[in-house]
Design a protein around this ligand. Sequence first.
Ligand code: ADP
Ligand code: MG
Ligand code: MG
Length: 251
Amino acid sequence: MLEIKNLHVKLEEEDKVILKGVDLTVEAGKVHAIMGPNGSGKSTLSYVLAGRDGYEVTDGSASLLGADILDMEPEARAAEGLFLAFQYPVEIPGVGNMTFLRTAVNAQRKARGEAELTAGEFLKVVREKAKSLKIDAEMLKRPVNVGFSGGEKKRNEILQMAMLEPKMCILDETDSGLDVDAMKLVSDGVNALRDEGRAFLVITHYQRLLDHIKPDVVHIMADGRIVKTGGPELAMEVEQNGYADILAEVA
Ligand code: ADP
Ligand code: MG
Ligand code: MG
């Protein structure tokens, strides 16, 4: 599904190298987790994959279902099936949440050569999915994320993901700022989307989320590289001992 090879990335504006040779292969149907200390480059990796400005790829490659994505515009990557749930969801004043979702869904359907959803069809689907994430009708009418609590923003990211039905889903610390109940809702939302034809990259600081969204593979990222890869037990090890032991071992 996703193949990243030797990815090197620096900031466009300054000579700061952030990713120093990331290698990562995520197979369809799998959930991979990335953990790692603050500042190790996890969010940068997700931004570069999604196509955010401000970063320069100096070496390496990234492909989605065999297609090189690094030269594509962000919307083309999305049309290919890439989705990023942001660590810090953006507020969009003046754009209703429902309008935003419908525009995004129909743009993607169009890019895939599928018929757009009618207003009625869209309403039916969005209401059903919003309900399972406990997002009420009033939140659907408000401008995107404006005045939403931290937890509501994260649930709204999952609603976007559920509506767009992407193939490669990247969740950047979607659990941060969530209470136990909201974490359960978000995890249930993600688990409902698990499918043979879809893959997930779940970036998280905490083992807690991985109790709900059981990963197949866990990676540890440090200083711009994946330094260790293992099974779910690796997340337990981090939870118990922190990163120090792992970092010392790979140093
Ligand atoms: P993580 O998500 O693992 O905490 P980030 O990818 O957010 O790490 O950041 C990696 C490093 O790159 C940090 O040292 C961060 O300060 C730096 N960095 C990332 N983006 C920028 C930017 N736009 N300007 C300056 N520094 C940045
Ligand atoms: Mg950060
Ligand atoms: Mg981050």
